[in-house]
Design a protein around this ligand. Structure first.
Ligand SMILES: N[C@@H](CCC(=O)N[C@@H](CS)C(=O)NCC(=O)O)C(=O)O
Length: 205
């Protein structure tokens, strides 16, 4: 059976977990903090979570895990069958990671774990995160899903990155990122209503 290694509070872990749950794939969860010990680095070369243990070996990097699971069990599809729609879903997912999550992530330790704030980091977040969110708004529909009619990997990635970035930007920069994204609150409510997200939130609590 597949084993997902990581921690419930990691948003990358919950992206992988949500994919497994949406696809109805059996898996075990293995509690694993990020770290640099040799055994963990053998599974995840940067020491980050998550990693997926498969019968053939370990896969790190969440988007690689996502693509593997999509190929392993295509139904229900999380990447559309048609090439353009599939590329657009990947575009939104990558955008959410590179320009939303990574724009805010340098402030995560200060916003969530009591580390001292760094003014230069806060300034960079205040500059980059709204730009990433505004640009996401230009490619997102939220009607009803982020890319349009179909629930895809883009929804899963965005739903597990936007809230964290929003929390960081609010706490450190007093900026409301979701104000830049009309329709996002209703979309997030639809995501929170899915069984997969209900389970993730329950397991986190
Ligand atoms: N590029 C990685 C990012 C994963 C990531 O940043 N995970 C965080 C937890 S949410 C982590 O392990 N942080 C510890 C560290 O960076 O050393 C992926 O896509 O899986």
């Amino acid at each position: 059976m597949l084993k997902l290694h990581g921690i419930q509070m990691s948003n990358y872990y919950t992206i992988a977990k949500m994919i497994l749950l949406e696809k109805g794939i059996d898996f075990e969860e293995v509690n694993q903090m990020p770290g640099r010990d040799e055994a963990w680095l053998a599974r995840s070369p940067m020491g980050k979570v998550p990693a997926l243990e498969t019968p053939e070996g370990s896969i790190a990097e969440t988007m690689a895990i996502a693509e593997y699971l999509e190929e392993l069990q295509p139904e229900p599809r999380l990447l559309p069958g048609e090439a353009f729609a599939r590329a657009k879903a990947r575009q939104i997912a990558h955008h959410a990671i590179y320009y939303v999550d990574l724009a805010a992530r340098p402030g995560l330790n200060a916003a969530a774990f009591g580390a001292p704030e760094d003014e230069s980091i806060n300034k960079t977040i205040a500059k980059l995160a709204p730009r990433g969110i505004r640009a996401l708004g230009a490619i997102a529909s939220f009607d009803p899903w982020i890319g349009g009619d179909t629930f895809t990997l883009a929804d899963i990635v965005a739903a597990n990155t936007i809230p964290l970035a929003t929390m960081v930007a609010k706490k450190l920069c007093n900026i409301d990122l979701t104000a830049e994204l009309p329709g996002a609150a209703e979309w997030m409510a639809r995501i929170n209503d899915r069984d997969s997200m209900k389970q993730i939130n329950a397991d986190r609590a």
